[in-house]
Design a protein around this ligand. Sequence first.
Ligand SMILES: Nc1ncnc2c1ncn2[C@@H]1O[C@H](COP(=O)(O)OP(=O)(O)OP(=O)(O)O)[C@@H](O)[C@H]1O
Ligand SMILES: [Mg+2]
Length: 336
Amino acid sequence: MGIFSKELGIDLGTMFTRIAEAGAVILEEPSIVAVDLEAQKMVEIGRAAQNMLGRVDEDHIQVTRVLRHGVVAYYEYTQILLSQLLERIGGGFGFIKLRPKIMITHPYGITSVERRAVHEAALDVGDAQLIPQPLAAALGVDLPIGTPSGNMIVLLGGGCSQAAVIAMHDIVSAETLRLGGLDLDEAIVTYVRRKYGLIIGLPTAEQVKIRIGAAVPQDQELSIDIQGQDQVSGLPKPLTLTTGEIVEAVEDTLDQIFETVRRVLEKTPPELASDIIDRGIALCGGGALLRGMEKLMTQKLGVPTYLVDNPLTCVAEGACRAQDLYKLLQRNLPQF
Ligand SMILES: Nc1ncnc2c1ncn2[C@@H]1O[C@H](COP(=O)(O)OP(=O)(O)OP(=O)(O)O)[C@@H](O)[C@H]1O
Ligand SMILES: [Mg+2]
C-alpha cells in the first residue's frame, strides 16, 4: 500500500497506544509523555518517557499517562503523542499533512464529551472515524459478528474493563467498568503495605503481577524477591511474595469486574445468551494474560471462557479492518 493511501487502526489505550496497518500492529508505545514544565516543551514520548517514571524531579519534568481509565485526561499531550507516533510511521516528511485514514478506538459507553476529545485529537493527524473498543476487538479476533448469532467479548485493559454482546454488527448489550490492570497493581501495593508495612511502587507491583500473579491458586506456587521501603524507618527491606498472596490481593477487584460481565449477560436476550453459552466468551486485553483468568471467569459465570490468540493487538487490528466495513457499522455507531 502506498504512503498516499495509508489506512490505519489506532487503539489509544491507558497503558499502550497501538497502531495497525493492513491488519497487523506496526507500532506499540506506552501512552506516556514527559514534559519540561518550565519550558513547556515535550521532552520524550512513549517508551523513553516511561523509563523516566519515578526517576526525575517532578517539579521540573512531568511524566504522565495521557489517558486515565481509558479516556483522554490530557488533551494536548494526547494530540502531540498521536502526531509524533504517526510521523514516526511515515518516517517524517510531513506524513500527517497527507491526512491518512484513521479508525481510532474508545471504550464503550463513554460520554459524548469524552468521545469528542478522542475524535478531535485524531482529526488533528488524519481523516479520523471512531469505533468502540469491544466492536474493534470482536473484528480483530474474527468473531462472526455480522450474523444474527450472539457473540460475547470481554476486554480487560489497564484502565478499564469492558464486556459486550454483539450481533449483526451491533452492540446489543454492554458495560464498561473504569477499573483495570492498574487497579490490580494498586491492590497489590495496598496488600503489601497492610501485611508487611512495606511500601512498593506501582511498576514493581505490575512486575510482581506479571511474573508470579494469578487469578486462581496454581498447582505450582511461584515466588519473587523484591525490595520495599519500610513504612516506619524509611529503610529498604527485602521481601518474598508468592502466587497465593497475589491471588488474595487481587480477589476483590476481580470480583467487581465479574459483576460487570454478569450484568451484561443478564441484560442479554435469551436467544443470544444461549449462543454465547455454546460458543463461549472471548477474553482479550492485557489483563486476560493473568494466569488462570479464563478459568476463574468460567467458574464465576458458569459460561465457558477462552483466551483469544491476539489479546493485546486485537483492538488495533480490528480497528484497521473496520475501515472496510465502515458503511455497515456506521448505522449502529454513536453519532455526534
Ligand atoms: N502476563 C500478564 N499478566 C497479568 N497482567 C498483564 C500481563 N501482561 C499485561 N498485563 C496487564 O495488562 C494491562 C495492559 O493491557 P492493555 O495493553 O490491553 O491495556 P490498554 O489497552 O493500554 O488499556 P485500556 O484498554 O484499559 O485503556 C496492564 O495493566 C498490564 O499489567
Ligand atoms: Mg485497551
